[in-house]
Design a protein around this ligand. Structure first.
Ligand SMILES: O=C(O)c1ccccc1NCC(=O)[C@H](O)[C@H](O)COP(=O)(O)O
Length: 213
C-alpha cells in the first residue's frame, strides 16, 4: 500500500453524472477539454455551468491545445478555472503562466526515456505517450506508456502519469512508476465523452490502494 495518497484527475467531463461521481468518490481534479476536435469538447458556457457545480476542494483544470491569448481570455472570462493544462511549447507555457497568473501543467509526449525532462518550469508535467500517427488529438487516445521506462525515475518536480489508464491497470501503473498522481479520460467512459460513474469509483479506489513497487 502506498504511504502517499495518489492524486487523481478525471479528464474530459462533459455531463453532470460524471462530475457528480468525481465529487462523490474523491477525485482531486476534474478536466474540461476546450479542444474542438475532441469528443469531450465543451464550450465556455457549458463549462461555466459544470464548474459552478464543483464542490470546494476539487480543482478545475482547463485543457487547451496551442491556445492563443484570445482563446484563453474567452474561456477564463466565463469559467473559474484553477489550473491550465497545455499542449504547447515550454516557452509558451511559461508565457501563459506569467500572463494569466494560473498554475500551468504542461503535457510532455514521451516515446522513450530520452523524452523525460530533466527539469520543469511550470507547476506540473503530465507525462503521457506521444499520440499515434493518425491521432486527431494530442491526448485522450487511450494509449498507454511503457511504464517500465519510469521505474525508479524520481524527478525533482511534480508530475502526473497519463495515457491508457483504467480501473484494471491503474494499480499496477502506480506500483510500477511510483506516480503520485494519475490522469484518465477514455478508461472511465462508456462512450467518448460519457463518463461511467462506477468506473470512476473503481479507478479512484484502485489508484489509492496500489502497493508501490
Ligand atoms: O481527452 C481528450 O479528448 C483530449 C483532447 C485534446 C487534448 C487533450 C485531451 N486529453 C488530455 C488528458 O489529460 C487525458 O486525460 C490524457 O491524455 C489521457 O487520456 P486517456 O488515455 O484517454 O486516459
Amino acid at each position: 500500500m502506498s504511504s502517499v495518497r495518489t492524486g487523481v484527475k478525471i479528464c474530459g467531463i462533459t455531463e453532470e453524472a460524471g462530475l457528480e461521481a468525481c465529487m462523490k468518490y474523491g477525485a482531486d481534479w476534474v478536466g474540461f477539454v476546450f479542444f474542438e476536435r475532441s469528443p469531450r469538447y465543451i464550450n465556455a458556457l457549458r463549462a461555466k455551468v459544470l464548474a459552478a457545480q464543483v464542490t470546494d476542494g476539487i480543482k478545475k483544470v482547463g485543457l487547451f491545445v496551442r491556445p492563443d491569448d484570445a482563446d484563453l481570455e474567452r474561456v477564463l472570462g466565463q469559467v473559474d478555472l484553477d489550473i491550465l493544462q497545455l499542449y504547447t511549447t515550454p516557452e509558451r507555457a511559461v508565457q501563459i503562466q506569467d500572463k494569466f497568473g494560473l498554475p500551468v501543467w504542461l503535457s510532455i509526449p514521451v516515446a522513450s526515456q530520452a523524452d523525460l525532462p530533466q527539469q520543469s518550469i511550470v507547476e506540473r508535467l503530465v507525462i503521457e505517450p506521444k499520440p499515434p500517427v493518425n491521432a486527431t488529438r494530442p491526448g485522450g487516445n487511450a494509449q498507454r506508456l511503457n511504464w517500465d521506462m519510469l521505474h525508479g525515475w524520481k524527478p525533482a518536480y511534480l508530475w502526473m502519469l497519463a495515457g491508457g489508464l483504467n480501473p484494471e491497470n491503474v494499480g499496477q501503473a502506480v506500483a510500477t512508476t511510483g506516480a503520485a498522481a494519475v490522469d484518465v479520460s477514455s478508461g472511465v467512459e462508456t462512450a467518448p465523452g460519457i463518463k461511467n460513474p462506477d468506473a470512476i469509483a473503481r479507478f479512484i479506489h484502485n489508484a489509492r490502494t496500489s502497493a508501490v513497487g
